[in-house]
Design a protein around this ligand. Structure first.
Ligand code: ADP
Length: 274
């Protein structure tokens, strides 16, 4: 008992340290006159950014425009600045120079709540909370109805997960043997992003934790969604094979843009071999 109790104390301590870290951050400065973005075009204008305590910039004089309703793949070697570029869109960090705009509005002038409503993310290593799948998917949009959550789960190919869980959407994840694999959690995270119905969807290695077929199906679905509802989808990927599937291909290296190509006839994801 003493052993278990001390383990719990250590876990609680670690959790408190992490919470402290989050709570000690200064909230983002809110604009005095928030600007409403018009559409979901994403534009980087001469962006330079250096991480705190880093000696070299992670991005240097980066400029590009992704038209509304396009899919863009950010590719290139590790450390090239792809994830950093994606993380500046929802203001995980603010630029040191230049600007990042959505729908013509500088992200710093949109207001954090409105910006969060506009942008959704799917990361490679998303973990679900120890809550029901319904609450997990609804986390990004608390007022979503059960039907909207179900339809997002269906769109994110979660039907087989729902079928195997004892209480379907109401099953609490991580209890009584209801553990989900990394790929299953990833699909839950994609359902969460879709339930939010964002204008801009950011995906950092979205298929990394998925098997080949599911990865392909999910990517096809994200691209399809982008086309049907004029959303802008930004995909950060190491997988060069995905490059021909996007409308816009941006190659990044050492914090700079190596090339920017528009692809008039992207290859449908389902026809791709990798
Ligand atoms: P990519 O996504 O292309 O692999 P990143 O955007 O992750 O590249 O990294 C770009 C550069 O920024 C690298 O030199 C990396 O080491 C650095 N970097 C990334 N994240 C951080 C961070 N949180 N703090 C300091 N440096 C970072």
């Amino acid at each position: 008992r003493i052993m278990y109790a001390s383990e719990s104390v250590m876990e609680a301590n670690e959790a408190m340290t992490k919470l402290d870290e989050v709570l000690s951050h200064t909230p983002l400065a809110e604009p005095a006159q928030p600007v409403q973005p018009s559409g979901s075009q994403v534009e980087f204008c001469d962006v330079t950014f250096t991480y705190p305590n880093a000696t070299r910039p992670a991005l240097e004089h980066v400029s590009f425009t992704v038209p509304q309703g396009s899919t863009v793949a950010l590719v290139g070697p590790s450390g090239g600045g792809k994830s950093t570029a994606a993380s500046l869109i929802p203001r995980f960090w603010d630029v040191d120079a230049g600007s990042v705009c959505i729908g013509g509005a500088d992200v710093r002038s949109i207001g954090s709540a409105a910006l969060m409503d506009q942008v959704a993310f799917v990361f490679q290593d998303t973990r679900l909370f120890k809550q029901s799948l319904l609450e997990n998917i609804r986390a990004a949009r608390p007022n979503a109805t059960r039907e909207q959550v179900l339809s997002a789960a269906h769109a994110a190919q979660c039907d087989d997960i729902l079928a195997k869980l004892p209480d379907g959407l109401d099953t609490v994840i991580g209890t009584q043997g209801t553990y989900l694999s990394g790929g299953e959690q990833q699909r839950g995270a994609i359902a969460r992003a879709l339930a939010k119905n964002p204008d801009v969807l950011l995906c950092d290695e979205p298929t990394g934790a998925l098997d080949y077929q599911t990865g392909k199906a999910i990517l096809a679905l994200l691209y399809d969604l982008c086309k049907k509802s004029r959303k802008t989808v930004v995909v950060v990927t190491h997988n060069g094979a995905l490059a021909p599937t996007a409308d816009v291909l941006i190659r990044m290296k050492s914090g700079k843009i190596e090339s920017f190509e528009e692809n008039p006839s992207p290859v449908p994801v389902q026809e791709l071999e990798w």
